[in-house]
Design a protein around this ligand. Structure first.
Ligand code: 5GP
Length: 116
């Protein structure tokens, strides 16, 4: 599918929209989710334009997974969460609302219900 250059994450990556940036390197960007399902809910994006994980290059996927692990450690340390939920959706039918690949890192606590 053709990549939409004007999706909200493409605009954040270009600096056209603000975000609460947590981490950035040559290949990836991480920031807080604007509608967190729990405190510390973080999104990790590749800078490479791709809608689905199946379209990512090996180098971009490797960098994105390494950043996801780095941020997962940081989020766990800062929030003290005993569990972390990682999720990644491909396509509207799977629940994807922003058509640029991203990984969610969502701190989880015992008996916690996620905000919908
Ligand atoms: P998806 O369902 O596509 O996996 O999730 C997209 C996520 O992006 C949602 O959790 C939503 O709250 C978040 N989001 C959407 N627009 C923005 C935005 O402009 N800024 C930030 N920081 N997060 C956003």
């Amino acid at each position: 599918m053709a990549y939409d250059n004007n999706n909200v994450f493409a605009r954040i990556l270009r600096g056209e929209l603000p975000c609460q940036r947590l981490y950035e390197d040559e290949h990836t960007l991480a920031f807080l989710d604007i509608m967190p399902q729990s405190e510390g809910h973080t999104l990790v994006l590749p800078k490479e334009p791709a809608e689905f994980i199946t379209e990512m290059s090996d180098a971009s996927l490797e960098a994105t997974m390494l950043t996801t692990r780095k941020l997962a450690r940081a989020v766990q340390t800062v929030t003290g969460a005993p569990g972390l939920l990682l999720s990644q959706f491909n396509g509207a039918a799977a629940g994807q609302t922003v058509p640029h690949v991203h990984f969610h890192i969502i701190p989880r606590f015992p008996d916690q219900r996620l905000k919908s």
